[in-house]
Design a protein around this ligand. Sequence first.
Ligand code: DX5
Ligand code: ZN
Length: 225
Amino acid sequence: MSEIKLAPSILSADFARLGEAARAVERAGADWLHVDVMDGHFVPNLTFGPKMVADLRRATGLPLDVHLMIERPEEWIDRYAEAGADWLVVHVESTRDPAATLRAIRERGPRPGITLRPGTPLRAIDPYLELCDLVLVMSVEPGFGGQPFIEGSEQRVADVSEGLRRRGHRAEVEVDGGVKPELCGALIHAGATVLVAGSGVFLDPDGVDAALAKYRRSIGEVRPA
Ligand code: DX5
Ligand code: ZN
C-alpha cells in the first residue's frame, strides 16, 4: 500500500494561536498542514491570505497544502509561491483558464492541484488531470469546517483514482471535508492518498495527540483490498 498522508486543516484551530497549532500537529506526527484560504466571494467565509501562509512557513517544517477557495486564483500565484506554499490547489470553477493557472503554478515552484465542488461533475476536471500532481475531492461544500461528510464521496474518490490509473498518471488523491477516523478505511480503499481532517483533529476533546493517534490507528488497520 502506498504511504497515506494525514493533513490536519488549520481552519479548525484557534486563529489566535495558529503557530502553536501547527507545531502541535507536527509534533503529533502530521504529514502535511492543510491551509484553507477563503475570500468571502468564491465561498461565503473569509479566512486569511499570503501573509498567514508565510508566517506558518516559519512556524512549521510541514509541507503546506494550500487550498485556494478564491476567485481569480491566477492573480495570486506569485504571492502564495513566495509565501512558501508547497502545494497550490485551485478550484476548476474559480478560474477561466485552469490549464494556464496550473502551468503557472508549476512554473513558480509549488506543485499544482485541482479540486471541484461536490456538485460539479468529475468530467469538469478531466482535461486538466495530466497537469496536476494532486486531485482534491471535496466531500463537503467548501466554506466551513465541521460539516458532515457527503455520502457517496467515496465513489468520487474511486472514480478519480480510476481515471488517473487509466491515464497512467500518478497524482495524489486527497479528500477534504468531514473525514473522521472511521471513514479512513473506505477512503483509502477507494484510492485516497491524502486525508484532510479539521474538526476531527483540532476539536477532539482528547487533544490533538490523541486525535492524530485515532487517525493513525484507523489508517494502520486498513488491509489491502
Ligand atoms: C472546507 C475546508 C476543509 C475543512 C475541513 O471548506 O476545505 O479543509 O477545514 O474541516 P472538517 O474536517 O472539519 O470537515
Ligand atoms: Zn480544504
